[in-house]
Every structure is written in structure tokens, then in C-alpha cells.
Design a protein around this ligand. Structure first.
Ligand SMILES: Cc1cc2nc3c(=O)[nH]c(=O)nc-3n(C[C@H](O)[C@H](O)[C@H](O)COP(=O)(O)OP(=O)(O)OC[C@H]3O[C@@H](n4cnc5c(N)ncnc54)[C@H](O)[C@@H]3O)c2cc1C
Length: 377
């Protein structure tokens, strides 16, 4: 059978892409090397922060508005809540990238927000204990998206539209064939007019030009049972990004797993091969996260409930890569989501489908162009 499009990697981005392509009436095949969902890539661990006050760059805000709308559309179609609004705190010293960038996005895009000093944060949200020289931007639309459930719902919705999706079928090679592509797995060869590569940490294995542009990095998530659980319930504790001298921490209220969930961007700065990564969690991993919890959330510093490794895939400037393949235009790439991509899966699915079907997208993709990097010849 000749497919209109094959999507390699049915994780966060790929599941949304399969759905959006099927929604446009294309014959789609999604190929996933592991189970759907699974815990060996970037999209597991109950939930991911979504926030409008985007400290990384104000250009993300219009995409975020669309991402929120598409998450709500998926929820309505599937009758399942996937997005929870808790409000978001972006905290640190006034000149930190998190606080200054978040304020900039609020001002440029006229987002509702409050600027709070450390005492005001504690009075309003008593789980927080920011240092006296820190401040915070509170934005009421922040919250989290359920990551495994989002993937499950996209796959089920794509099935309803007639998409073919195969788990446990790794793609071993792909080749251009005239204006189309041929994709090989251990037991089959498939043909399509378009290929979409949403392989997350494995992107460079399928596109060697991404070797230095999409680098996998080991991360760890920790859930601790708070000593004062009431302070960390949904409704009492906003999701946070905290730019501290000890590192950039992020976290969530109690939800899904027992305990408060905390992580640290770039954890222990470990570049890894995703097929050989150490997936065990060690006391050294816990120590990195406990340091932040003890200092800034002491009432959450109770017994460990669980720990889990995960993978970032970093681009050199930590902005996404969403573009055509550099030499094969019938191939679309979405990679290098640099630890902040999940909230965008819904809109990235739409962008990919527009690029495949229309050759262009309604969204401004300049920030994500491959041409901003020097490619190996
Ligand atoms: C600990 C942690 C915390 C994070 N927190 C946030 C957050 O709060 N907010 C946020 O927005 N983002 C966050 N992120 C980032 C976000 O989760 C990622 O950007 C996003 O999940 C990336 O999705 P993806 O589809 O690119 O990768 P994945 O979901 O990993 O999907 C790639 C898929 O491709 C498959 N694949 C690869 N190669 C092949 C092959 N050859 N054949 C078949 N299948 C293949 C893989 O098995 C995988 O399922 C976090 C990430 C981590 C690790």
C-alpha cells in the first residue's frame, strides 16, 4: 500500500502529527519502536508544564495560545481532561532569564500577570520559600498537560480516523525514491509520498546531519511526599520554574503519582546515547533535586515516593527544529525540543500536517529553521 505519509516515532510529537494528518484525510502510517506509550523516551512521567508567560522567547506565545486551543479541542472530542490549570510561577532574581524573560512575554503579549516579592509568594502559596532576594511572575493560565494520556488520546483519535499505527516496529532505514520515500523495518518495507521524522532523542540516528544539533541528555524526575501535603495540592500550589544559584528547578502540585514532582533542567549535564543510557536512579541523582527542595520547598522535603529517568534532546540554542530535511524536501523533521516541547505537541502536530499537506504553515517558523545552524557537508 502506498501511504500519503509515514510518521516515524509515535511519542509526543508523532502521535499529534499522525492525528492531524489523518484529520486532513491522508492515509497515514505511524511506526513506533517501543510500546505506545512507553517510558524510554521524552514523554513519560504523568505530566508536563504548560505556561503562557514564556521566558524562553516571546515568539512562542502565539504558538502557545494555539496549543492551548488544540489541547482543549482534543479534550472535548475525547471527553477526557488532559490540561489542568494551576497558575504558573516563574521565580528567581530580578535579572534572571526566567523572571526577566517571563515579564517580557507578559508585557509584549499583554498577558494577565502579578509580580510578587518572596514574602508575597509565601503568603499566597505557602508551599514556596523563595530567598529574600528573589521575586516571581505569577501567570494564571499556567498548568500542566498529562503526557502519557495525551499520546493515548491522539493515537485513539487517529485510529478513529483510519490511521494505521504499529508499535514495536523500529525503522532501520529510509531512502528517497523519486518524489517519495521508502521506509524499512525488520520485517517490512513501506512506501509513502511524505516522511515525517519525530524520533525525539533518536533523531540523529535517522538524520546524521542532526548529530550535533539534537543531542540527548539524561534527566531525572523525583516525587517526594510533603510533610505538609495541604500546601501542595492541586489548587494550592502553582507549577513553577525557579532560577536559583543551585540550578533551574521546576515542579508540580501533587497529581497522578503520590508526592510533589520536581526536576532540574540539565540535571547532571550528562550527554548520552539513548540506547545505552543509565535508566537507574541513584543517590547522586536524588541529592541534586533534594538540594532545591530542602531550600525552596522545605515542607515538601519528605520521603521519596518515586524517581524516573527521562531524556531531553537539546539543540545548540535550545529552540526547536521544525523544518524540511536539508536535502530531501519530501521529509519533514521535528526535533531538538530541548526540554520544553511537550506543551507544544498539539500545535506541532498541526504545523507538521500543514507542512506536509500545504507545503507551508500558518504559524511563523523562523525561530525553528534548520538554516540558523551550519550543517555538516
Ligand atoms: C524530565 C523531563 C521533563 C520535561 N518537562 C517538560 C515540561 O514541563 N513542559 C514541556 O513542555 N516539556 C517538558 N519536557 C520536554 C518534553 O517532554 C519533550 O520536548 C517532548 O516530550 C519531546 O517529544 P518527542 O515526540 O520529540 O519525543 P518522544 O516522545 O520521545 O518521541 C520520540 C519517539 O520516537 C520513537 N522512535 C525513535 N526512533 C525510532 C525508530 N527508528 N523507529 C520507530 N520509532 C522510533 C521513540 O521510541 C519515541 O517514542 C520535559 C522532558 C523531560 C525528559
Amino acid at each position: 500500500m502506498l501511504y500519503d505519509a509515514i510518521v516515524v516515532g509515535v511519542g509526543g510529537m508523532g502521535s499529534a502529527a499522525v492525528y492531524e494528518l489523518a484529520r486532513r484525510g491522508l492515509r497515514v502510517l505511524g511506526l513506533e519502536q517501543y510500546d505506545i506509550p512507553h517510558d524510554r523516551g521524552s514523554s513519560h512521567g504523568v505530566n508536563r508544564i504548560i505556561r503562557l508567560a514564556y521566558w524562553e522567547h516571546p515568539a512562542y506565545v502565539p504558538l502557545l495560545r494555539r496549543a492551548y486551543a488544540l489541547w482543549r479541542e482534543l479534550e472535548a472530542g475525547r471527553r477526557e481532561q488532559l490540561l489542568y490549570v494551576t497558575g504558573s510561577i516563574d521565580a528567581g532574581r530580578r535579572d534572571s532569564k526566567t523572571v526577566s524573560g517571563s515579564l517580557r512575554s507578559c508585557e509584549i503579549h499583554s498577558l494577565t500577570h502579578d509580580v510578587l516579592d518572596a514574602g508575597a509568594v509565601r503568603r499566597r502559596f505557602p508551599g514556596y520559600r523563595l530567598a529574600p532576594d528573589m521575586m516571581a511572575v505569577y501567570q494564571p493560565d499556567g498548568g500542566f498537560v498529562l503526557c502519557e494520556r495525551a499520546i493515548v488520546n491522539y493515537v485513539q483519535a487517529a485510529h478513529d480516523l483510519g490511521a494505521a499505527i504499529h508499535a514495536r516496529e523500529p525503522v532501520v532505514a529510509w531512502d528517497p525514491t523519486g518524489s517519495g520515500v521508502e521506509v524499512r523495518t525488520a520485517g517490512a518495507t513501506y512506501s509513502a509520498s511524505h516522511l515525517v521524522l519525530t524520533a525525539g532523542p533518536w533523531a540523529a540516528a535517522l538524520v546524521p546531519a542532526l548529530q550535533k544539533l539534537a543531542r540527548p541528555e539524561r534527566q531525572v524526575m523525583l516525587w517526594t511526599q510533603p510533610r505538609a501535603p495541604a500546601l501542595f495540592q492541586l489548587g494550592a500550589f502553582p507549577v513553577f520554574n525557579l532560577d536559583a544559584p543551585e540550578g533551574h528547578f521546576y515542579g508540580f502540585p501533587i497529581f497522578g503519582n503520590p508526592g510533589v514532582k520536581v526536576g532540574k533542567y540539565h540535571h547532571r549535564s550528562e550527554q548520552v546515547d539513548p540506547d545505552r543510557m543509565d535508566r537507574e536512579c541513584h543517590p547522586e541523582d536524588e541529592a541534586v533535586l533534594r538540594e532545591g527542595i530542602r531550600k525552596y520547598f522545605p515542607d515538601a522535603d519528605g520521603p521519596t515516593m518515586s524517581m524516573k529517568t527521562c531524556l531531553f534532546t537539546n539543540s545548540p540554542d535550545e529552540h526547536f527544529i521544525i523544518d524540511r530535511h536539508p536535502t530531501v524536501p519530501q521529509v519533514t523533521l521535528a526535533a531538538g525540543f530541548s526540554g520544553h516541547g511537550f506543551k507544544f505537541c498539539s500545535v506541532v502536530g498541526e504545523i507538521i500536517a500543514e507542512l506536509v499537506v500545504d507545503g507551508t504553515s500558518r504559524h511563523d517558523l523562523d525561530l525553528f529553521a534548520l538554516s540558523r545552524f551550519a550543517l555538516p557537508s
